[in-house]
Design a protein around this ligand. Sequence first.
Ligand code: GTP
Length: 592
Amino acid sequence: ISIEKIRNFCIIAHIDHGKSTLADRFLEITGTITKGKHEQYLDKLEVEKERGITVKAQSAAMYYKVDGIEYLYNLIDTPGHVDFTYEVSRSMRACEGAILLIDATQGIQAQTLSNYILAKKQNLKIIPVINKIDMTSANTESVIQQLVDKFNMNPNEIFKVSAKKGTGVAELLNNIVTLIPPPQDHKELKCFLIDSWYLRDKGVVLLILMKGGYLKKGDQILSCAFKKKYDVFEVGIQSPENVPQERLEPGQVGYVMTNMKASNEARIGDTFRHPLSKTLPETGFEQVKPLVYCGIYPEDPDDYNELNKSIFKLALTDPAVIIQKESSAALGNGYRCGFLGVLHMDVFRERLENEYNLSVLLTSPSVPYKAILRNGKDVMVENAIMAPDAAVIKHYEQPMAIATIMCPEEYSPSVFQLCDARNGRLIDSEKYDKQDRYTFKFPLNEIIQDLFDKIKSATKGYGSLEYEFCGFEKANIVKLVIHLMDDPVDALSFMVPEERAHQLGKKICQRLKDNIPQHLFVVSIQAKVGGKVIAAEKIGSTGKNVTAKCYGGDYTRKKKLLDRQKEGKKRMREVGRVTVRKDTFISVFKDD
Ligand code: GTP
């Protein structure tokens, strides 16, 4: 198919505005799938079930005739959550146009806005589409007004559809040909990497946009980022199942299987070319860095080997996660992992539990801090244990984020209260009909704890939040260390903003007090910053010795008691002079 007949586009929408439903209608109307057979194809497709691993279809190739001429539409999927903004821009890089889908009952939401801004930045042709016009609560006219006011759109160019019933969807499909331009041909072989995933028996599968040239089985390609060569085993399109092709042509979006084995060699945004050509790679695509760190430990320390095997296997499928070994006297052996956001972290934990059948515990998430040293250098501190000595540090910097919050106007006071308590600085605000939009600057640390959930509950679910990392700023960060009987506990050291140290120290001391059993001596618990005690608790002694009551004679009874104590000990762990239950530290990290 010639490149003038190809259209590459994506659908961008706020969560639940109907993206998957619309994609399903596209697939049906174009005859790519049979009507009614597959609900939510693009979203839920389990392309390959390899012992439970589900792989979403990241693109769908659809052949569609307009005025008797056959076109190839490539619908490229964009993920829909705040943690994955970078993935949205990645998908957009492969498109010339975007369908901006807005729920007629809800109007513009935080993600509508951020997606719109991303699409504009990438110079995409934007087609505004109002969905769910069949609903009685639809406010189609007022949503049109919002689009005119906020995005300067022409009301005559706004499509109105019901993705559910199919109303207006064919008309939209027919217009894509004229509204969205075809891709450009760069003539030489140039493959832009949109996405990748991992199949256990096939290795890494690449989803690429053919910027130019042809690619077929037997070819060799070279990664511009890593300068590594790969042999191409198979090429094809997702329609929506994998359909092998003779070759991929300019403008097409397709999958490529090679002898690449590790998914961290597939860097989204990388360019692949012929090993001998001089083609320049695509530029301007930043590699994302994890902004949320946590410790992952097996719930049962005996499962450490299992966890060790599984966590690296899982990481092969997820190039955005970073994993380092970590061991702690209190928690045992585990890992320090870096994620894009809290959702990403949750997804990873869920996959470890579901796909690998492991019970793991996660320490509370934290952000990386930048320590500016007296010698002019700087180091990232992702873990309090690794923090450089206070004497060499000039000051710390913390990651900041710009957050966009939208909510119905009546909830604005509660939203403000919440943001204020989390050190949000209001930068901008705007009214959208009966919706308010606020832009706040937050320390990222304040966002990742629970801001998303708190906003949701403060607005009865109507509020939405989007955030984006915006650099580091100087901050008063201190190292808080918990001591048991004057011994520092490594698992219980934290980097925290100074003003939060007291509150956190107090909370942890209290929780330890509630969870550590009484000893023969008084147990002292202290939270210290820079050697100074900022919170403390004590656990009174019992003086109880289990065998004390069995004076001499009754040996069997004594033995039974000692055995029971031994059994109990298995669940216990020594931290310095103090014996704690294995789950003590977990309870310290658990949410309120
Ligand atoms: P995420 O994948 O979670 O981002 O959601 P989505 O944007 O893909 O939305 P989805 O297609 O799952 O639709 C969300 C809900 O809205 C579903 O319950 C759909 O059935 C419903 N829905 C989608 N389109 C329409 C429509 O045109 N009319 C009505 N009445 N309901 C719709």
